[in-house]
Design a protein around this ligand. Structure first.
Ligand SMILES: *[C@@H]1O[C@H](CO)[C@@H](O)[C@H](O)[C@H]1NC(C)=O
Ligand SMILES: *[C@@H]1O[C@H](CO)[C@@H](O)[C@H](O)[C@H]1NC(C)=O
Length: 375
């Protein structure tokens, strides 16, 4: 924990220095990452997707997925709309596979798309202004300190680091780069050619653990990380042989994009790490056996504390203070646990704790939304 705190302090410092001395920073990126947010409790039953990630020999990153380990790895379920069943099913299928070895987390995504297009060519621009594929990784599952990665069909990437979600006052750190990342895109069709119908694009990438393990959690057999994927898809029309975003004829603005995800968020916001899927690492080689997904009984305790956090946010917006009164929080969406949390109002906000009868860990959430255990 201490290491993590120091690491983030250094990153914040570096990013402050970086942003003040970088005269012509891309303003559109900065506009996007600022701004406080109201939050809502996702109107979904809590139950993120699960996936077991098996090991592999080192893979060639070429977008072809020819290795037996890829063939033997199962696809995730197909993506849903970001709001789950509240919205229409995605128009095109998306699914993912994952593998790992000593050095890399490997991700392959298959993105069906009848009209493949992309224009952005500069790293760290706002890649979701094109159709894109996005990855979110929170290794220790505390919902603070996580990575975001976006890629388009031109293999242009945007990698960034979030100290905490925007809803908790976080800002994206664009200066951060995933050193040693390997990416490839294979297009089954033609890029930026509206004259024909395309099939799909495949992304293959290798994230070095050397970068991810700054968090102190190196993958190991049975360990679970929180990961999510999403796909942004704009509605386009074809004009003069080019793909153009479709506009609202009255306002002249782009029609809203589709957001298709692995694990539905329930809200149009990917920055709810508690809703991301569970990826469990297994030391079994892909194709050589099968591991069992191990449900962590403390996850439901963490979720209950999370509902307390949502309801405290609602409470403070109505009353200008936090409360220790569970009955009031329950009326705002807090889901009671078997053992009641202890809430302490502090000078800077509050802390709520529940002791797990399963593991003996004391789980803490505070007004910054971070959730973590003490032995
Ligand atoms: C994350 O995954 C969940 C599935 O657990 C999905 O419902 C959700 O929309 C995803 N959210 C993001 C932001 O990717
Ligand atoms: C992959 O999926 C198939 C079909 O659902 C299933 O029978 C098989 O056990 C899965 N493989 C692993 C390694 O989980």
């Amino acid at each position: 924990m201490v290491n993590k705190a120091i690491f983030f302090s250094v990153i914040v410092l570096i990013s402050i220095i970086f942003s003040c001395c970088q005269g012509n920073e891309n303003e559109s990126v900065d506009d996007l990452v600022m701004g406080p947010e109201s939050i809502i409790k996702p109107p979904l039953k809590f139950g993120p997707e699960k996936y077991i990630c098996y090991t592999t020999d080192e893979l060639t990153i070429d977008g072809l997925l020819l290795e037996d380990e890829w063939t033997n790895a199962n696809w995730t379920s197909g993506f849903s709309d970001i709001e789950g069943n509240l919205n229409e099913k995605p128009l095109h299928n998306t699914r993912v596979k994952m593998l790992w070895d000593e050095n890399y987390l490997y991700i392959a995504a298959e993105i069906e798309e009848p009209h493949i297009w992309a224009y952005l060519q500069q790293r760290d621009t706002v890649i979701f202004y094109d159709n894109d594929f996005e990855i979110f990784i929170d290794p220790d599952g505390d919902t603070h300190g996580y990575y975001e990665f976006e890629i388009n069909a031109l293999n242009t990437i945007w990698d960034l680091l979030l100290i905490k979600p925007y809803r908790d006052g976080g800002r994206a750190i664009n200066a951060w780069d995933i050193k040693g990342i390997k990416t490839a895109v294979k297009i089954y069709g033609t890029l930026n050619d509206p004259a024909d119908i395309d099939e799909k694009w495949i992304i293959e990438l290798a994230f070095p653990f050397k970068v991810l393990k700054e968090w102190g959690t190196k993958p190991a057999d049975g360990l679970q990380w929180r990961i999510n994927f999403s796909r942004v898809n704009w509605r386009t029309i074809i004009e003069n042989g080019k793909y153009i975003k479709e506009k609202n004829t009255e306002t002249g603005r782009n029609l809203p994009e589709f957001n298709w995800v692995w694990s539905p968020q329930g809200v149009i916001n990917m920055h709810y790490p508690e809703m991301w899927g569970y990826v469990q690492f297994s030391s079994i080689q892909s194709g050589k056996g099968k591991a069992r997904f191990m449900e962590d009984p403390d996850e439901i305790i963490k979720w209950r504390l999370r509902t307390l956090y949502y309801s405290q946010r609602e409470f403070i917006s109505l009353n200008n203070r936090y409360t220790e009164d569970l009955a009031q929080l329950e009326s705002l969406g807090y889901e009671p646990s078997e053992s009641n949390p202890v809430i302490n109002i502090t000078p800077s906000g509050y802390q709520a704790t529940i002791k797990s009868s399963f593991t003996g860990l004391l789980w803490i959430i505070d007004n910054t939304g971070r959730i973590y255990p003490i032995e």
